[in-house]
Design a protein around this ligand. Structure first.
Ligand SMILES: Nc1ncnc2c1ncn2[C@@H]1O[C@H](COP(=O)(O)OP(=O)(O)O)[C@@H](O)[C@H]1O
Ligand SMILES: [Mg+2]
Length: 256
């Protein structure tokens, strides 16, 4: 069995404090995974370990069967894993189109010599145009990123994140700070632009979680205590216990 992403007995200790305490996960290619869990459970730390921003204390991270822990974030990105870094991905003084083209070119630049790179400029322009339509920003083509609304900046960021062609995408709380309406729209966008890709997204809104995810990974105290379909996770006694009095119990109705 081959998986797009695997975590094997992953541990991470900060100072003397164990934060990730033996996390295991095996995500099949093309699955959409919502990562849920209480604040401080270690969700962002897991993403940092997967994307190479942090090195595990022990254990392994496998991308398409290949061990990637120990590699630099850009090397992991080249291997097909892309992670959104909130606003820091965006160049505020570049237009929407230029931002998207930069993202595409940046990824091409590593794969091609300069001359071939130049011959690829047309491809990059086309790809940036396509991304711009996909994330619904074609009418903002020449607007500087700094002048976009918050939701538009998030959409631009998704465009940049998928622009390099990665097939495994990590999004850490992509809808944070958005209104209900913006969130619903944004989740549709995420669903569309990640078709055929493997997606892991940290999300708190249970309505969104149950609407978007094929699988839910429940992270509690540095471990993945459940990884299953939304229905199975909802019925899982261990999850119920960990979440007693919190959203999973009444997740069906969505949101809080
Ligand atoms: N670089 C760090 N150094 C020390 N402690 C950290 C660091 N990053 C995260 N932590 C701690 O690890 C725990 C898990 O954090 P985090 O992964 O951000 O949780 P989550 O994203 O699930 O809310 C928290 O107690 C946090 O304070
Ligand atoms: Mg977090």
């Amino acid at each position: 069995m081959s998986y797009a992403l695997e975590l094997k007995d992953l541990h991470k200790t900060f100072g003397k404090t164990p934060i990730i305490r033996g996390a295991n996960l095996a995500v099949k290619a093309g699955e959409r995974v919502a990562v849920i869990g209480p604040n401080g459970a270690g969700k962002s730390t897991l993403f940092n370990l997967i994307s190479g921003r942090l090195q595990p204390t022990s254990g392994d991270v496998l991308l398409n069967g290949e061990r990637i822990n120990g590699l630099a974030p850009y090397e992991i990105n080249r291997k097909g894993l892309s992670r959104s870094f909130q606003i820091t991905n965006i160049f505020p003084k570049l237009s929407v189109f230029e931002n998207l083209r930069c993202g595409v070119l940046w990824s091409l630049g590593y794969r091609y010599t300069f001359l071939r790179f130049l011959s690829r400029l047309d491809d990059a322009n086309e790809r940036a145009e396509l991304l711009m339509r996909q994330v619904g920003l074609e009418r903002k083509r020449d607007v500087l990123a700094v002048n976009l609304t918050y939701a538009e900046q998030r959409a631009l960021e998704i465009g940049i994140t998928i622009g390099g062609g990665a097939d495994v995408i990590l999004l850490d709380e992509p809808t944070a700070g958005m209104s209900k309406t913006e969130t619903a729209h944004f989740i549709d966008l995420i669903r569309e632009v990640t078709v055929g890709k493997t997606l892991l997204t940290v999300e708190h809104d249970m309505g969104v979680v149950f609407g978007l995810a094929d699988k839910i990974a429940v992270v509690v105290y540095g471990e993945v205590i459940a990884y299953d379909t939304p229905e199975a996770v909802r019925a899982n006694a261990r999850v119920q216990e960990a979440y007693l009095g919190s959203p999973v119990a009444d997740a069906q109705g969505g949101g809080h």
